[in-house]
Design a protein around this ligand. Structure first.
Ligand SMILES: [Ca+2]
Ligand SMILES: [Ca+2]
Ligand SMILES: [Ca+2]
Ligand SMILES: [Ca+2]
Length: 400
């Protein structure tokens, strides 16, 4: 059903949702990850390389909101975290391949870390290679050139390092608008700020270019992609030594489709959601919560169905149809090839989710329509990190 006013559904939704958490980002969405930045997944991406559609680009970032002046101190990866891509290729909710990345400890701020990349599959795949991170700089005005490593045996190209945070969204504008709705005088102009909360900040990104042939399985062209960060069960601390980690690893954060945990899962279950699996999603572990939140937001049954297809029925994973051509600049920008078909850097996922949650009522989104930096046209695609500015430069990079 088409709504008369583009904001009527949202207005009604907000009036009904006094107890519903406000929209936020997947950055620091749950109590346990807000104080564990190294494990806090911000965004996950899966798209075909627009320069060569036989390669899929898989990426996720952690540790949002790094200010350029701290690029040096905060530009490392935590060696006690296992960073993991989950690949699904049989058409269910159970991952069939894992790509895990473990970094060694930093030896200095100016030396790269070594990443141990392992591709592990139910089909018997078990391949390992090592690759260096790109060292960040808190003094250079120009970001360092990315260090790329191509592994000949697997055909995978690797990048890990500091980049401009690719997510774009006006969180305060949206929440101020919600407040005016709750006070009974909806003020749509609050959505006109057009200020990107993430502008001017960096995050720690892992990007892989993987031959599509290495990812596909019995489901054919469609692959599922999500990311998980894990830590060991035990950490032993002492006066004399650095912490020693042991035991099996458990998930700290996980993500597939943007905004699912942060928007749709009630606060008391957010940690539990991050620890759960995509099989749990498909088994309906959180279905009741998701339907309740969407119902309170005014989403109708048809659009709850669309969202469930994207994030519940076969688990919270991005689904990328590798037969759909991806072309254009900045990681691809041709119509119909992006989110919710995988996710590309330029895809305005907030506007898409708002459109669906409001039964296609809100068509203008948050008025932040692009990233603050232009994405690269080739691997690793994400934009160079923000750097400290020269003396005398007016700094309006951050847009809070
Ligand atoms: Ca997160
Ligand atoms: Ca599977
Ligand atoms: Ca950005
Ligand atoms: Ca937007």
């Amino acid at each position: 059903m088409k709504l008369n006013h583009p904001l009527s559904a949202l207005t009604m939704a907000m009036a009904l949702s006094l107890s519903t958490p406000l929209f936020a980002a997947d950055h620091a969405e749950a109590p346990l990850v807000e104080s564990d930045a190294a494990s806090d997944i911000a965004d996950v991406y899966a798209f075909l390389d627009p320069n060569d559609n036989s390669k899929a680009i898989l990426a996720f970032d952690v540790h949002g909101f790094i200010v350029p002046g701290e690029n040096g101190n905060l530009g490392g990866f935590d060696p006690s975290v296992r960073y993991q891509f989950n690949i699904e290729n049989t058409g269910d909710a159970n991952p069939d391949k894992l790509i895990t990345i473990i970094f060694n400890e930093q030896t200095s701020r100016s030396n790269p870390q070594s990443a141990r990349v392992r591709i592990l599959g139910k089909d018997g795949t078990d391949k390992i290679f090592n690759a260096p991170t790109t060292v960040s700089s808190a003094t250079a005005e120009k970001a360092p050139t990315p260090s790329l490593k191509k592994d000949a045996a697997t055909g995978i190209t690797f990048f890990a390092g500091l980049v401009d945070d690719p997510f774009f969204f006006d969180i305060p504008g949206f929440n101020r608008f919600v407040s005016t709705v709750l006070s009974g005088s909806p003020d749509v102009s609050q959505l006109n700020r057009g200020r990107d909360t993430f502008a001017g900040y960096n995050s720690q990104m892992i990007v892989l270019s993987v031959p599509v042939s290495l990812l596909k399985g019995s489901a054919g062209d469609v692959i599922g992609v999500s990311a998980t960060t894990l830590r060991n069960a035990q950490t032993i601390r002492s006066k004399t030594d650095d912490p020693i980690n042991s035991g099996v690893s458990y998930p700290i954060d996980r993500m597939g489709v943007p905004t699912i945990n942060t928007v749709l899962i009630p606060f008391p279950r957010k940690n539990e959601y991050n620890r759960a699996s995509t099989a749990d999603d498909a088994a309906g572990k959180f279905a009741g919560d998701i339907v309740s939140t969407l119902t309170a937001l005014g989403t109708d049954a048809a659009h709850i169905g669309i969202l469930a297809d994207v994030a519940v029925t076969k688990g919270d994973m991005l689904r990328l149809n590798t037969a759909v051509a991806n072309t254009g600049k900045q990681g691809g920008n041709n119509a119909g090839a992006g989110f919710p078909n995988g996710r590309r850097p330029v895809d305005d996922v907030i506007d898409t989710v708002l459109f669906l949650v409001t039964n296609e009522g809100l068509t203008t989104g948050d008025n932040v329509n692009a990233n603050d930096k232009v994405f690269r046209n080739s691997f690793p695609f994400f934009a160079a990190s923000h750097q400290p500015l020269p003396t005398g430069t007016l700094d309006d990079n951050t847009r809070n």
